[in-house]
Design a protein around this ligand. Structure first.
Ligand code: G4P
Length: 534
């Protein structure tokens, strides 16, 4: 089966075996635990606990990370590659906290599918709902994992109903749980006709898997206590009547989600989910770009930057641009064109992110994520090609919802502050506006927590204590239109005008009324709340 839309050509095998996805979930549903088990089965780590241990080692290095730990949120995102059976999985991590939604949105532009993790006792929580809606905007295929089935959980039908109702997506069971809470013994894999039994004694043991010849196979009764078996068979009967059958095409189109039940901490149901990603998750998909779409099977290499992370190692001011390969077969040392500046760039030290380390990427195929260390040339939204002037589109920058002024504790350090702010703006961690009247900067973010993270990072990475203070403005809009009209508008409204880190003109105000007035008084000028990053 080719896991792509029916009208698409067959992909070269190296590309067709790639699955690039993110996990979306509400904090505490089990994303970290599931990631760890993915890596364990992917052979990327030898022992459960390594991801967390590594996380802690990293956290002790900086208070920023400590803050992340204290709040129990994951602020920074990264990518991980590992193999599973004949597939190459690329897992891109998303920040779970809604204050970092812009970062999450951009991360989701780099994947072909998402795994939605929900807690079996809590169902669809607020953050899951929000992230799901972002996936919906792009019709991303979603595979669902209902976690923590080893604990008291909700009724299986109730969980499925809730997903269908709240997220308006068809749900089809890929497995069915047998027993609830303390009586939970495992699942029946409806796609592969196997009985999977959970071992509570050994959390890292792969479940015992018994091949079954359909639901009337007498062997079921040998492994499942009679009372549980009766209830299970009754439920599956009902599920068959009430719920839609798995339709792979509908999954690929994002209209249907298959759901697996399991317990990440007990390593249960995880392998079945991984088989699901391999078998029903999409192959690398075409990328929207202008002036034409980029298809993964194209011979020539193209890729785009969806994330920039600076100071990953505070000792070296390195910056890594995370690049999603959109087409072709990249080899280390290749010279690519940086389309925004039209300059050639030799990619000599690309890195691949393996679970426990980074390693030089000798090659990469469409679908892969590589990191390119650089000194600031690569920005979010940038496209790299073998020469053609293609620009990947659909990576937006959102107008901030909170604005604050910022000052260095030491006024003599204003220049340093500017440098730090520009870097965070390029990283996409905040919007930075320089008002045309007066001195200082105005920083804009989507969620309040971002201010805290910024202040903490500026202090840590630049040794610069800063103060955020109330700003007279609350909204920002990008200004566009014919040059003359924009200049006339800017001249007449100087007290509202600022420039962002790209030098684009931004209108700052505290009143919606002002924005409406501009619409009336300057019909040739457009104010927008999003800007395409390229
Ligand atoms: P997150 O990244 O989505 O925030 O969740 P994470 O994996 O950190 O899991 C949140 C908590 O849920 C952790 O407990 C974790 O051990 C627990 N958990 C994950 N999967 C399962 C499961 O299948 N069953 C049960 N019963 N619990 C599960 P914690 O007490 O916060 O942390 P820890 O002390 O266990 O590390």
């Amino acid at each position: 089966m080719s896991n792509t839309a029916s009208n698409r050509p067959e992909l070269p095998p190296e590309i067709a075996r790639r699955r690039t996805f993110a996990i979306i979930s509400h904090p505490d549903a089990g994303k970290t635990t599931l990631t760890e088990k993915f890596l364990l089965y992917g052979g990327a780590i030898q022992m459960a606990g390594q991801v967390r241990a590594k996380g802690e080692a990293r956290r002790t290095r900086s208070d920023f990370m400590k803050m992340e730990q204290d709040r129990g949120i994951s602020v920074s995102a990264s990518a991980m590659s590992f193999d599973f059976s004949s597939f190459r999985f690329n897992l891109v991590d998303t920040p779970g906290h809604s204050d970092f939604s812009e970062d999450t949105y951009r991360t989701l532009t780099a994947v072909d599918a998402a795994v939605m993790v929900i807690d079996g006792a809590k169902g669809v929580e607020s953050q899951t709902q929000k992230l799901f809606e972002v996936c919906r905007l792009r019709d991303l295929p979603i595979l669902t994992f209902c976690n923590k089935m080893d604990r008291e959980s909700r009724d299986t039908f109730e969980i499925i109903d809730e997903i269908q109702e709240n997220l308006a997506i068809d749900v089809t069971p890929a497995s069915w749980p047998i027993g609830v809470g303390r009586d939970f013994i495992g699942c029946y894999d409806l796609l592969r006709d196997r009985l999977e039994l959970m071992d509570r004694a050994d959390r890292n043991k792969v479940a015992e898997s018994i091949e079954i010849n359909g639901l009337d196979d007498p062997r079921l009764a040998e492994h499942v206590p009679a009372d549980l078996l009766d209830k299970f068979l009754e439920e599956v009967e009902m599920a068959k009547e009430l719920l839609p059958k798995l339709d792979p095409q509908s999954v690929l189109e994002g209209h249907m989600t298959p759901i697996w039940f399991g317990s990440a901490i007990n390593s249960f149901g995880v392998q079945e989910l991984m088989h699901g990603i391999a078998n029903y998750g999409p192959e690398p998909q075409p990328q929207t770009a202008s002036p034409r779409e980029i298809a993964p099977e194209e011979k020539k290499v193209a890729g785009f930057v969806f994330k920039v992370q600076a100071n990953m190692d505070p000792k070296h001011r390195d910056r890594v641009a995370f690049v999603r390969m959109a087409s072709g077969h990249f080899k280390r040392g290749m010279k690519l064109t940086h389309v925004r500046t039209k300059k050639p760039m030799a990619i000599s030290n690309p890195v691949l992110f393996l679970a426990s380390d980074r390693e030089l990427a000798e090659e990469a195929w469409a679908g892969d994520i590589i990191g390119i260390p650089n000194h600031g040339q690569l920005r979010i939204g940038d496209t790299l090609t073998e020469g053609e002037a293609l620009r990947v589109s659909g990576i937006p920058s959102f107008a901030p919802e909170l604005l604050q002024g910022v000052r260095a504790g030491d006024p003599l350090k204003a220049k340093h502050l500017e440098k730090a702010l520009m870097q965070f703006a390029e990283e996409g961690a905040a919007k930075v506006f320089k008002p045309s009247i007066g001195s200082g900067f105005i920083v804009g973010v989507v969620g309040a927590l971002q201010f805290e993270v910024l202040a903490s990072r500026i202090e840590l990475e630049y040794g610069l204590p800063v103060r955020f203070e109330a700003s007279q403005f609350t909204s920002a809009r990008w200004v566009s239109g014919e040059k003359e009209a924009v200049e006339k508008f800017a001249d007449a409204n100087k007290q509202h005008i600022s420039h962002d880190h790209d030098g684009d003109i931004v209108y700052l105000t505290r009143l919606q009324w002002d924005i409406d007035r501009v619409g009336r008084d300057y019909p040739d000028v457009k104010l927008t709340a999003t800007k395409e990053m390229m």
